[in-house]
Design a protein around this ligand. Structure first.
Ligand SMILES: [Zn+2]
Length: 130
């Protein structure tokens, strides 16, 4: 079952654009990190406070990069589903994902209900208000 009325070319292009901009940002962070590594290799002892800030910065960069890499994975997955002809179909329930949701989140492969269930499962803490 596929959404015949979906403008797949439109979503494919948006996914490619998203992927390109995330990749660009990843490259920029990568460059930043390698520059920072070069700075410390000069053997000049940094002030401890500066070390802490730099470490913090590096940890934040790594977290951001990890999230970006996961997002690229989600985008690739969505692109693969366009090729398979299953784009816009919920991976769990098989129901159609509303086009409004895909416009907001082109990489979505689950409907909102199942996405919520997945998020709850990931947190492992049931939210009584959902
Ligand atoms: Zn679903």
């Amino acid at each position: 079952m596929a959404q015949a009325e979906l403008d797949l070319a439109h979503f494919r292009q948006r996914l490619h654009e998203m992927r390109a901009s995330i990749q660009e940002e990843l490259d920029r962070l990568q460059e930043e990190t390698s520059n920072a590594n070069q700075d410390t290799s000069y053997g000049v002892k940094n002030h401890p406070a500066e070390d802490a800030t730099e470490l913090e910065q590096r940890e934040r960069n790594m977290a951001v990069r990890g999230e970006m890499e996961r997002e690229i994975g989600r985008i690739d997955h969505a692109l693969a589903r366009i090729e398979e002809g299953t784009y816009g179909v919920c991976e769990i329930g098989g129901e159609l994902i509303p086009v409004e949701r895909l416009e907001v989140r082109p990489a979505a492969t689950l409907c909102i209900r199942h996405q919520r269930e997945q998020d709850e499962h990931a947190r492992d803490v049931p939210d009584p208000w959902v």
